[in-house]
Ligand binder design. Structure first.
Ligand code: NAP
Length: 275
């Protein structure tokens, strides 16, 4: 299959590209930069220059392909509303190109998942992949490195209350396979859960961080947590266990990589700078 991958140079997308190429698919990867183009060529993908704002570039990419995996997102959280709008327009454009129809009316719902569901309701084989909030592995630049940074800055590794709140997790390479399997097996039964561990107790994460940084591991009340974690406090306190039983059974997906705690308990996670 010829697959157009947006975000093809990113943390998740680059793993998806690798997995697709290894499975014999042809990949057309979107990037804005020369550096991205070089990385894509090295990964065995064809390069498609464009941006999320340039809808024509997305249309051209999808037009040349049998399927699309969309992982590009602008993570500037100070502009989250604009970025979600951009995401919605991108999904609508990609869907319309695959469908060969007119663009979707602007009254469609905002979130990426609802936008994909609206395309599916029109008969397109479109589906969302729900990633665990923690996609871990070598090169992680997500939630766990943020936690490590806060612990390092504050001199303590904290959890909220008893620390029993759970974070689902998935290794990047296992997550990448869910995208490919959804594409190959048929996306109509989505959304799919790229979730290897239903819920890792937050306290366990804080304990590894404390041990590796050689700093105390402490409990914070919700009020203290707001001060300690700042904008990250609501993520640190969230309890959101999630199952992937249905996805495992529909896609015959079995996570094969180490779990979050095993993966985190390595020196590489604690080196300064990007991993
Ligand atoms: N990482 C995680 O732990 C995690 C967890 C849960 C959900 N997610 C979600 O998974 C998706 C992928 O995340 P990620 O961590 O792989 O992202 P990432 O490493 O930050 O990569 C972002 C990708 O998006 C592309 N991109 C950004 N802005 C763009 C724009 N304006 N136009 C075109 N391309 C643009 C970049 O391409 P170029 O720079 O090459 O143009 C890059 O390939 C996102 O929707 C993210 O929110 C990630």
């Amino acid at each position: 299959m010829r697959v157009f991958v947006t975000g093809a140079t990113g943390w998740v997308g680059s793993a998806v590209v690798k997995d697709l190429v290894a499975a014999g698919h042809q990949v057309l990867g979107l990037t804005r930069s020369e550096k991205g183009a070089d990385a894509l060529a090295a990964a065995g993908a064809k390069v498609h220059r464009g941006t999320l704002a340039d809808l024509d570039s997305l249309r051209r990419g999808a037009d040349q392909s049998d399927g699309v995996i969309h992982t590009a997102f602008n993570h500037d959280f100070s502009k989250i509303v604009e970025n979600c709008e951009e995401d919605k327009r991108a999904i609508e454009t990609l869907g319309a190109a695959l469908e060969g129809s007119d663009p979707v009316s602007p009254s469609f719902p905002r979130s990426s998942e609802q936008t994909a569901a609206a395309l599916a309701a029109r008969g397109l084989r479109a589906s969302a992949i729900r990633l665990a909030p923690t996609v871990h592995g070598h090169g992680d630049h997500g939630f766990v490195p943020i936690l490590i940074g806060i612990a390092r800055e504050k001199g303590v590794s904290a959890y909220v209350g008893e620390g029993h709140n759970r974070w689902p997790a998935v290794h990047r390479l296992d997550a990448a396979r869910v995208y490919r399997l959804a594409l190959e097996h048929g996306t109509e039964h989505g959304p799919f859960h790229a979730i290897a561990e239903e819920g890792v107790p937050f306290k366990q994460i804080a304990e590894v961080i404390g041990r590796r940084l050689n700093i105390p591991v402490v409990s914070k009340s919700p009020e203290e947590a707001a001060e300690h974690f700042g904008w990250f406090a609501r993520f640190a306190a969230v309890d959101c266990p999630a199952s992937s039983e249905r996805t495992r059974s529909l896609l015959a997906w079995r996570p094969q990589q180490p779990g979050l705690i095993t993966d985190l308990d390595h020196a590489a996670y604690f080196e300064r700078g990007p991993h």
